[in-house]
Ligand binder design. Structure first.
Ligand code: PEP
Length: 254
């Protein structure tokens, strides 16, 4: 981490938790973890629990996020949710381009770009996910893949929007597999992403953009990941579903 950027630990609950379970977990997380001044905690429950969780997410330092959205404000898009609906429920962030959306639901860089712009227009900030699959890493294509995902997704955003942007580097081979990138592997890609952000936006903007690492983050590896200079936080799936492990992640030691 870098003291000039506020660390952010985000919980992606994916398709887990009924409303009652979500409320119980978020109450416990806030009771156990307490207010946060020097770090930000973001909770991304399923759509069905956004209103319930948002209604009790009152500790200082905590924000609400959605896991996906459509890029239009309204219209004939059966089953979709628009950014203004999410803003209306109190969301401050939307996760966009998660690898599960890309791999299982055909999300492309172009839809990631449209969604990111729509999230900004609705007054929120996107958490844009990028990352290579195992085959691409083994073929030495990690930087090429991440660069093209960034170019595709960020095209057209202004430097002022970019300052509020959050990027999550999530190597797909590390998501939900228990296999984490080493701190060195993650730092190498985070530094590359920061350089790429400097070339896409005005130089200097990249220093303000938070870049999270995601992929089997757990209590046993959070501290060493957060010790890296370009890792500004974590996007967490599995370990965010249980209060004890998530509390330890929020309370990472720097
Ligand atoms: C994720 O879904 O973004 C993720 C990183 O999951 P996990 O922490 O379970 O690997």
């Amino acid at each position: 981490m870098n003291p000039n950027r506020k660390p952010l630990v985000a919980a992606n609950w994916k398709m887990h938790k009924t409303l009652a379970e979500a409320i119980s977990l978020v109450k416990s997380v806030q009771e156990e973890t307490g207010p946060c001044a020097d770090r930000e905690v973001v909770i991304a429950p399923p759509f069905t629990a956004l209103e319930g969780v948002g209604g009790i997410l009152k500790q200082p330092g905590y924000s609400l996020a959605a896991q996906n959205c459509h890029w239009e404000e309204k219209g004939a898009f059966t089953g979709e949710i628009s950014p203004i609906m999410l803003k209306d429920l109190g969301c401050q962030y939307v996760i966009v381009g998660h690898s599960e959306r890309r791999q299982l639901f055909g999300e492309k860089d172009e839809t990631v770009r449209l969604k990111a712009g729509a999230v900004f227009r609705a007054g929120m900030a996107p958490i844009i996910c990028v990352g290579e699959v195992l085959d691409e890493r083994e073929q030495g294509k990690t930087f090429e893949i991440v660069a093209s995902q960034l170019e595709g997704a960020l095209n057209g955003l202004s430097p002022a929007q970019a300052e509020r942007l959050v990027i999550a580097y999530e190597p797909v081979w590390a998501i939900g597999t228990g296999r984490t990138a080493t701190p060195g592997q993650a730092q190498e890609v985070h530094a590359f992403i920061r350089d790429k952000l400097a070339s896409i936006f005005n130089k200097g903007v990249e220093k303000k953009i938070r870049i999270l690492y995601g992929g089997s983050v757990k209590p046993s590896n959070i501290d060493e990941l957060m010790a890296e200079p370009d890792i500004d936080g974590a996007l967490v799936g599995g370990a965010s579903l249980e209060v004890g492990s998530f509390k330890r992640l929020v309370q990472f030691k720097s």
